[in-house]
Design a protein around this ligand. Structure first.
Ligand SMILES: [Zn+2]
Length: 179
């Protein structure tokens, strides 16, 4: 039976809380949460989802990039489970890119992120990974890690009003293609 979870929207207290590290990845609760998060993000056609977005204040997120209408340049990445993530090093270089969020429905904004990051995390089997991520994958990682620290992409903007409606964004993209 395919189970999905309700995605909480900005304003829910858990989305501004600091999530707790997971001491043991092998519990039934964590295994179920991973299955549910994968189903939920797939159904929502997202490129990532963090545990606090479904009301679990734990340091766990899923990254699952694929090209889509919203992210045409996205690389293909099978759903990856990221537990207790850390950013070990960030590039000085930063870049702007469009982001949305399953917890901030209907809004998009240009967000400044580090172009390249060195990260460490545990996968669902408890194996530690050290990796360098660049571009869109570095962006997803930074966006999802922010959720574990109680930050949505709206808080990364100089001005909350810099976020635009999805319809407006589609219009802009269309105009850019014509130019
Ligand atoms: Zn988000």
């Amino acid at each position: 039976m395919l189970s999905t979870l309700t995605i909480l929207q900005r304003g829910a207290p858990v989305l501004s809380a600091i999530a707790k590290p997971i001491p043991n990845v092998a519990t039934a609760e964590i295994k179920q949460l991973i299955v549910d998060l994968k189903n939920t993000v797939a159904l929502a056609k997202g490129v990532g989802i963090a545990a606090p977005q479904v009301g679990k204040s734990l340091r766990l997120f899923i990254m699952c990039s694929a090209p889509s209408e919203r992210y045409p340049e996205a690389p293909l990445l099978a759903p990856s489970v990221i537990i207790n993530p850390e950013i070990l090093h960030t590039s000085n270089q930063q870049e702007l890119g469009w982001e949305g969020c399953l917890s901030v429905k209907g809004k998009r904004a240009l967000v400044l992120r580090h172009s390249s990051i060195d990260v460490s995390y545990l996968d669902e089997t408890g194996i530690m990974h050290n990796q360098t991520l660049t571009g869109f994958l570095a962006r997803i990682f930074q966006h999802e890690l922010d959720h574990l620290d109680g930050i949505t992409f709206i808080e990364r903007l100089d001005n909350e009003n810099d976020a635009i409606d999805e319809a407006q964004w589609q219009q802009q993209i269309l105009n850019n293609t014509i130019d």
